[in-house]
Design a binder for this molecule. Structure first.
Ligand code: SF4
Ligand code: SF4
Length: 302
């Protein structure tokens, strides 16, 4: 899987950026060094936690709502607003800044981020972004991975003496875990993007995408309390896992969307054969009717 390619897009979609900020990206490798620290001693401490455009990934939401002891419904109501994501036109949740408090993030306090260990992915990666270049001159599919330092003038963290390599910074920020958790979801966004802007998903599909991406309780009820399990084959083992575990359910949700909304094969979910047969029958019947109508129309014209 072209994960690097995905990450380039991911970064574009999720990049931490204040409105009107000037970003000077500097290319880096895993062993490249830089100095940076963000702590209450820096003069700009918490200044950047306002007016941010933070798109919450499904894993961000699971971590945050569990951290705050909230249901997804309550979390979304208090802290998020839906929006259509750029060119994909897929509905996603954005962290709601506090309009009446100078656009502050709801989690920022003078002491720092209240949800630091569970902060969203885009707060986590700063100031290191990940990108890739598809190398035209090499065998198709080969890509070159690189990182970049996002050095913003207002950020005084770069004047601190703490030295990092890209690798040690990413380790400190749990970047690999977040990459892993977000990968399948990002693939879905790219899948939709590849359909082209003009291809709109049906309303029902968009609603499913939003539910799976933002609301584990609703999705769990959808799986276990609707006719879902009469339509799809899901192993007992998977059912047990997703009944209790939000992360397992989230990952199952990505497979479901891949299969049900984007029509791709999945290893963990498949439509039941009898349902499939019925659907095929219905489609054939509809086609036969359409063809007959067309024939009648043509004969009428003659
Ligand atoms: S979640 Fe935390 S780190 Fe991110 S903008 Fe809000 S306060 Fe800042
Ligand atoms: S601007 Fe930089 S140093 Fe200042 S709070 Fe933000 S990330 Fe930390």
């Amino acid at each position: 899987m072209a994960i690097k390619h995905v990450e380039e897009k991911v970064d574009k979609i999720l990049k931490k950026g204040q409105k009107d900020s000037v970003v000077a990206p500097v290319r880096m490798e895993r062993d490249s060094k830089f100095c940076f620290a963000c702590h209450p001693g820096v003069p700009c401490f918490t200044d950047c936690c306002r007016n941010m455009n933070i798109i919450l990934t499904p894993y961000d939401i699971v971590r945050l709502k569990n951290r705050l002891g909230l249901t997804s419904d309550a979390f979304l109501h208090l802290y998020a607003e839906p929006e259509l994501l750029g060119i994909t036109m897929l509905p996603v949740a954005r962290l709601k800044m506090l309009e009446d408090q100078d656009g502050k993030c709801p989690f920022v306090t003078p002491e720092g981020c209240q949800v630091y260990t569970d902060r969203p992915v885009c707060c986590r990666y700063y100031p290191i972004g990940l990108a890739s270049l598809r190398q035209q001159e090499k065998t198709s599919g080969e890509e070159e991975e690189f990182f970049f330092l996002v050095k913003e003038d207002h950020c005084k963290g770069f004047e601190e003496p703490t030295e990092w390599t890209v690798e040690s910074w990413r380790g400190d920020q749990e970047a690999d875990l977040y990459d892993r958790m977000n990968r399948e979801w990002m693939e879905l966004l790219l899948r939709k993007k590849s359909f082209g802007e003009e291809t709109e998903l049906p309303e029902k599909a968009r609603q499913l995408f939003y539910m799976v991406s933002t609301n584990t309780e609703r999705f769990r009820a959808y799986v276990f309390e609707s006719r879902f399990l009469e339509t799809y084959v899901v192993s007992e083992e998977t059912q047990k896992k997703i009944l209790e575990d939000d992360v397992a359910l989230m990952q199952f949700g990505f497979e479901y969307l891949k299969h049900a909304v984007f029509g791709a094969e999945s290893d963990v979910i498949a439509i039941r054969q009898d349902i499939l047969d019925k659907t095929v029958k219905k489609i054939r019947k509809r086609r036969r009717k359409q063809q007959a109508r067309l024939k009648r129309l043509k004969m009428g014209r003659k």
